[in-house]
Design a protein around this ligand. Sequence first.
Ligand code: DPX
Ligand code: MG
Length: 564
Amino acid sequence: MAYTVGHYLGDRLAQIGLKDHFAVAGDYNLVLLDQLLEIDGLRQVYCCNELNCGFSAEGYARANGAGAAVVTFSVGALSALNAIGGAYAENLPVILISGAPNSNDHGSGHILHHTIGTPDYSYQLEIAKRLTCAAVSVTSAEEAPALIDHAIRTALREKKPAYIEIACNVAAQPCMRPGPASAVLAEVPSDPASVAQAVEALTRFIESRKKPVLLIGSRVRAAGAEDAAIRLADALGCAVATMAAAKGFFPEDHPGYVGTFWGDVSSPGVRQIFDWSDGIIALAPVFNDYSTVGWTAWPRGENVVVADGRHVSVEGVAYDDIHLRDVLDGLTKAWGTRPKKDTTITEFHRIHRPAAPVAAADPSAPLVRAEMARQISGVLTPRTTLIAETGDSWFNAIQMKLPHGARVELEMQWGHIGWSVPATFGYAVAEPERRIVLMVGDGSFQLTAQEVAQMVRLKLPVLIFLVNNRGYTIEVQIHDGPYNNVKNWDYAGLMEVFNAEDGRGLGLKATTGGELAQAIEKGLANREGPTLIECTIDRDDCTSDLISWGRRVANANARPPEER
Ligand code: DPX
Ligand code: MG
């Protein structure tokens, strides 16, 4: 059997650790899909549409480190590109692979189906260039290896998506075989001089401060610096907070962990410690309008050091070409056995009184948000990943105390409602051994609901909490109007539709605490497919954090144009 361009691509995907790739078929990619099916150890997993396909690959990348989606030209790829924008925003190496017109048609003046009706087919590549770190068009077998390798290598190095289009008549052309995986996996090492000087500067900075704190940002995972941050926290002994989007990126049972720093909606006592601190060391943060609570809590100035994945700046000097983990490990070593900088954790324990556990509600009383959140946090185990959709689900998830090993996935930078259903599907494909719990609002669910059918198809025992509060409650808090009401659905009833003749998904309704507890029990027992529990709560029964945060973000949105 001839070795082909499609085989080359598939073998590279397998070499970088992919066991699955997500796909929607179309005539520009059918031959390519045939080639990929022939790769040992690489399963083809299908999605209902290309937006979902992109988000599934994004969710897979969260669990697995990288993901891939294969779609058809234009009608497919333009939908998937939204999810690729999301992967860029969320720092995830998702490889979008699109079938493309026959190489003979490029530059021929021919008008092809599924295109915008002009004979120039470069528009998709041009769009992809803006949303990826590398975008290539393969129109001959000879150039395929170099182009495919460039895209994959760049995505892995930069933790950003990449784009590969392959002309439909080239996918099955004979091709060279790939060499060792290291050609696409090897990282560019840190510059040792830059690391040494950054460590020295940071050591001086911390020594000169009495009340340092560590702030864990959402890019710390992409930087591969989660473990190094724990080692540094052990060495310094100071208070450590996570930013909202970095929930779960630092162990919550660590003695230094104080909770979420998020301005006015921080965990109790955390804002006060940050206000008091004279040295905030922010590791791979993203300061945007959401994370700064409408620009009301933006750590900056001389008391703040901001370190990013490949760059640290301390007191006006930029140290480039570093890996954050190398700098953190260098700093941990340099700190050695020096006295702990633990004033911030000591003070935190003085001012912070742990809240009493939320008492269970009367099981027959109508379900309220607080009871729902209490019961959902009860299903979290060290092997759970909780995926929380944009909406009040964010705030509910952020308030939950995570057992050691539990993870949370949020999409706070891109914030595409509907992301979570396909992302959960992708995550569950990658991590079949974990307990996967999704918390999603009714409005968000309506965008991508059909991907639950793929969970049914692959018998994935995902637990879905569908919060039916009859609308876009987060938007109600930011700016209300008739556009925030959504048509009600029989969400639990949908499971019958998705099951059809052979599925084992379970759809349940909970209108009281007692019904929710029973539904959870049934859901945990169902190992043959997803369980969707429709939780009915009042339209404006939301967290108080959402109300405070929403008001501040709305204020930031409403700033009048400045006079020039
Ligand atoms: C919108 C948002 O029902 O959650 O908890 O009721 O708010 P809550 P729901 O899922 O509603 C979500 C809704 C409409 N955002 O409140 S957050 C605007 C928006 C977006 N993404 C896309 N379109 C619109 N974030 C793709
Ligand atoms: Mg809602």
